[in-house]
Design a protein around this ligand. Structure first.
Ligand code: SF4
Length: 92
């Protein structure tokens, strides 16, 4: 399956059930995505700090309390609220 296929087409709608991002997907591996921020490799990603996860990321599109939500870096799939990747950016 190609990962880079469409980053725009599916947009931000979470109205239908979407597959979860697999950590082994090429895009996920490239970004160091893990479904549980507790498993972030701190040696590989020294900028990671406790408290960072998809739910606290500016790019996360899930609502507070959701277990998963969209992320524009993974169009058409959902990332775990407890997940993390190296593109994490503090929510404003
Ligand atoms: Fe999670 Fe943010 Fe990375 Fe998307 S960019 S996978 S919301 S940490």
């Amino acid at each position: 399956m190609t990962v880079a296929a469409s980053t725009a087409a599916l947009g931000t709608s979470a109205a239908f059930a979407q597959a979860m991002v697999d950590e082994k997907d090429a895009q996920a591996a490239a970004l160091g995505y893990v479904a549980d921020a507790k498993r972030v490799d701190a040696k590989k990603f020294p900028k990671f700090a406790a408290g960072q996860n998809c739910a606290s990321c500016a790019l996360y599109q899930g609502k507070a309390g959701d277990k998963a939500g969209g992320c524009p870096l993974f169009a058409g799939k959902q990332v775990a609220a407890a997940g993390w990747c190296s593109a994490w950016a503090k929510k404003a």
